[in-house]
Design a protein around this ligand. Structure first.
Ligand code: CTP
Length: 403
């Protein structure tokens, strides 16, 4: 519940602005007080009247309106909020935030605030991938702004790709997580692996897999949000570095193991990476040429990072969590995998192509511990991450103690 929490929504002018109405309704349903600032272009997508009716409050929009400034100065708007959420966050408002531009009420409040800020980007895939947006997001994350999503999928412009705003339920979950879980993992260290590994064949070719890193990166974000000092060791992915997380970029399984060992000691380890099981025994130092014969690759096994971290010893994290990417009888295959790897929990998921899990935005997982197996409904990878981080926090500080 969000009883007595004061949320300031900054609504900018994107097609996803209509989704704010559902978010406001859900936030108020949870007991939150919602106040909204609309940019001028946001009013082209949602009317201030609908926003005011749903939020039950006056809607703010004009920096230079004498009445608005008199009743509620931009500093006061920030002072009176516990959390600011920019939703949708267009490429334009993200750019203005990154550059510290304050040319309307929304950006002035964002520049004047010392409160936690979340932003849910929403834009066309090419705008999302543009170097300017990438660098603006890097800056904002570095400053501790929590970026929610975006998802990928069909877009209002008729294209397909990344840039679609996350659903209001995901934004609500992140807001709830912020209030209920804040600080629960303070003082603990977490180590996460994510993404694929690339195993070189020669200077231009490598062996890899389809892992997107979405789940592992979301888990690192969720643990950091709970206050854990979090290190993410990641193979090559298209994911942005999460806010508030120390990120180590590697390519091969052996580099991943070395980076993990360097990040120890840790209290929590979550191995979500799709580590390549094998590497080429002898990497060619020159590009292999087509000389008529078909080359054959001789492979050798890679180190098992999860098994190594699970080994008993002084450096063993207190809780080690693995993932089991399976096809077919997921639970039957994952249970012995947990025991065999020596980890405490295993999160099993079905990665058959028809599930769309690999690279997709949703996941349906089973949490397998030493004593039980719990099946979670299909949900977004961010929600899986939030729930898993909560379960991890319960392990260290049982819920009653966290109140
Ligand atoms: N894992 C690891 N290092 C490896 C291989 C896997 O850390 N060299 C970890 C993964 O990050 C995951 C777990 O082990 O947490 C299980 O990975 P998975 O690919 O499902 O299993 P494998 O051990 O590779 O076994 P198999 O492919 O035969 O199912």
């Amino acid at each position: 519940m969000l009883q007595h929490k004061r949320i300031l929504l900054i609504i900018s002018g994107g097609i996803a602005a209509y989704k704010c109405l559902e978010l406001i309704r859900r936030l108020r349903g949870q007991g939150a007080a919602v106040r909204c600032v609309l940019t001028k272009s946001a009013t082209e997508f949602v009317t201030p009247l609908s926003v005011a009716a749903l939020s039950g409050d006056k809607v703010y929009g004009d920096l230079f309106s004498l009445t608005d400034e008199h009743e509620m100065g931009h500093i006061q708007l920030s002072r009176d909020a516990d959390l600011l959420v920019v939703v949708p966050a267009t490429a334009n408002i993200l750019a203005r935030m990154a550059q510290g531009i304050a040319d309307d009420l929304a950006t002035t409040v964002l520049l004047a605030t010392d409160k936690k800020v979340m932003a849910a980007p929403s834009m066309n895939v090419r705008m999302w991938e543009h170097a300017a947006t990438v660098s603006n997001l890097g800056l904002l994350r570095h400053r501790g702004i929590e970026i929610l999503g975006p998802d990928s999928g069909d877009m209002a412009c008729g294209e397909f790709g990344e840039g679609r705003m996350v659903e209001p339920t995901d934004i609500l979950a992140a807001i709830q997580a912020h209030f209920t879980d804040e600080g629960r993992l303070n003082g603990l260290r977490a180590l996460i692996t994510s993404g694929p590994t690339h195993e070189p064949v020669d200077p231009v070719r490598y062996i890899a897999n389809r892992s997107s890193g979405k789940q592992g990166h979301a888990i690192a974000s969720a643990l950091a949000r709970l206050g854990a000092h979090t290190t993410l060791v990641t193979g090559p992915t298209r994911q942005n570095d999460p806010s508030g997380v120390e990120v180590v970029h590697i390519e091969t399984a052996r580099e991943m193991l070395a980076a993990c060992e360097k990040a120890l000691p840790a209290d929590i380890a979550v191995c979500a990476a799709a580590v390549s099981d094998w590497r080429v025994a002898q990497e060619a130092d020159q590009k292999i040429k087509k000389d008529g014969a078909t080359p054959s690759l001789s492979l050798t096994e890679n180190p098992d990072i999860l098994r190594t971290l699970s080994q008993p010893g002084n450096d063993r994290p207190r809780l080690v969590v693995g993932f089991a990417a399976e096809t077919g009888d997921v639970i039957e295959k994952a249970m012995p995998k947990r025991a065999n790897k020596g980890c405490d929990w295993i999160v099993a998921n079905d990665v058959s192509p028809e599930t769309g899990t690999f690279g997709g935005d949703t996941n349906q997982v089973h949490l397998i511990t030493k004593t039980e197996c719990e099946s979670w409904p299909k949900m977004s990878k961010q929600e899986v991450a939030t729930l898993l981080a909560r379960r991890i926090a319960d392990q260290f500080h049982p819920p009653a103690a966290a109140e």
